[in-house]
Write a protein that binds this ligand. Structure first.
Ligand code: NAD
Length: 357
């Protein structure tokens, strides 16, 4: 018997190679006249191209977006948006830039167009964040959902391959936790399962043939679906660990998700038996956690927390912080097992199920 509740988000998406060029007409359709373009310092030149593209519809460029949306950055961008009389933002970039557009959308009620260039998937969720005095606070607000998202796979061609792999696994994690769960929501799970298939197939092709546009397009589509699953679905142990790693130890976002993923899947494999089997089928394997671990190695992404700068002596504290507040998870989360999971992730050892931890 099927039983579920599902609430969608106000998504408005166009997707296609070369679609960035549609930005001026899309702005006109939405009645938006002056955009503050947002990028990171790395993607400043791409931001300048947007300014050229939208001509008189450009208010200016703010190219200081950084990870985790520091409150000072949001305040500075907001001041510039007001001074320039911007009536919307156009965020071109990964999750950090999208995050800035979302913060301004909520704080200033400013329509936000997002052009994602990584697989972070943030544009498909209503989760927005701000970091003040070293504390990252996240909340859900539908005003953060982009007024329009333009997916253009051509823009992902410049993603460095090593980061493409990590970012793709970050997207995969958003989908995986919504398939390998004991609380399967059929609509979310359909989105998530298709996301897993698309990413699992396309990411290795991108590594071997970086210019393969079919794979680039499939990976970005997978990221869109995965973000949709996260936006309307759940999070569990996996995201809780990664939140601790990012928030307390400033570990790199995408790489941390990539490293933890196989371990969190193995941890829940018994308690979420049916969902984990469905996840394995989506990857054409019989061991989902090992398939994710093998994929991580194949993509050449760092496979241990040690490689991304985490310190072994922090494992105990990280486990304690992760279980500080209760959260939903298929398997009971026990601090001792969590320490063992983190040790495995620290050394890059293969994932273990709870009975082995
Ligand atoms: P990022 O946005 O920080 O990007 C990493 C670097 O890659 C940046 O310098 C960026 O400019 C560059 N880059 C991105 N795309 C590029 C491209 N195509 N070519 C060349 N360079 C490119 O990293 P990310 O992993 O995309 O995003 C991480 C942030 O997103 C974190 O702060 C995370 O918390 C947030 N996030 C939020 C949600 C949500 O739902 N709110 C979901 C996922 C991620």
């Amino acid at each position: 018997m099927v039983e579920f509740a599902y609430q969608t988000l106000p998504w408005n998406i166009i997707f296609g190679a070369g679609y960035m060029k549609k930005l001026p007409t899309e702005m006109d359709k939405l009645g938006l006249k002056k955009a503050l373009v947002l990028t990171t310092p790395n993607q400043s030149a791409a931001g300048e191209e947007i300014i050229q593209l939208i001509e008189h519809r450009a208010a200016g460029l703010f190219d200081q977006a950084v990870m985790h949306v520091p409150a000072e950055t949001a305040a500075e961008a907001s001041k510039i948006a007001k001074e320039l009389g911007a009536d919307c933002t156009v965020a071109l970039g990964g999750g950090s830039t999208t995050g800035l557009g979302k913060a301004l959308a909520v704080q200033m009620d400013l329509p936000n167009i997002v052009i994602p260039t990584s697989y972070a998937g943030s544009e498909m969720t209503n989760i927005w964040a701000i970091t003040d005095a070293g504390r990252k606070v996240t909340a859900r607000d539908n005003r953060a959902v982009p007024t329009l998202t333009i997916y253009d796979p051509e823009l992902t061609l410049t993603l460095p391959p090593a980061f493409a792999g990590a970012s793709g696994l970050n997207a995969m994690a958003q989908a995986v936790v919504n398939v390998a769960t004991d609380k399967i929501n059929p609509i979310v799970s359909s989105l998530a399962t298709d996301a897993v298939r698309a990413l699992y197939e396309s990411l290795p092709v991108i590594m071997s043939e970086p210019g393969n546009m079919t794979a680039r397009s499939q990976a970005l589509y997978g990221a869109c679906l995965a973000g949709g699953a996260l936006g309307t679905g759940i999070t569990s142990l996996h995201h809780k660990i990664c939140h601790t790693m990012g928030g307390t130890y400033n570990m790199p976002h995408a790489e941390t998700h990539a490293i933890i993923l196989s371990h969190s899947v193995a941890y829940n494999a018994h308690a979420a038996r049916e969902g984990t089997a469905q996840l394995a089928r989506a990857m054409n394997t019989d061991n989902a956690a090992m398939a994710l671990y093998d994929l991580l190695k194949k993509l050449g992404v760092p496979s241990s927390l040690k490689e991304v700068g985490f310190k072994e002596e922090d494992i105990e504290q990280a486990a304690a912080i992760t279980v500080e507040n209760p959260f939903d998870n298929p398997e009971e989360v026990n601090e001792k097992r969590l320490r063992k999971l983190l040790q495995n992730a620290f050394h890059g050892h293969p994932p273990q199920t709870v009975d082995q931890l």
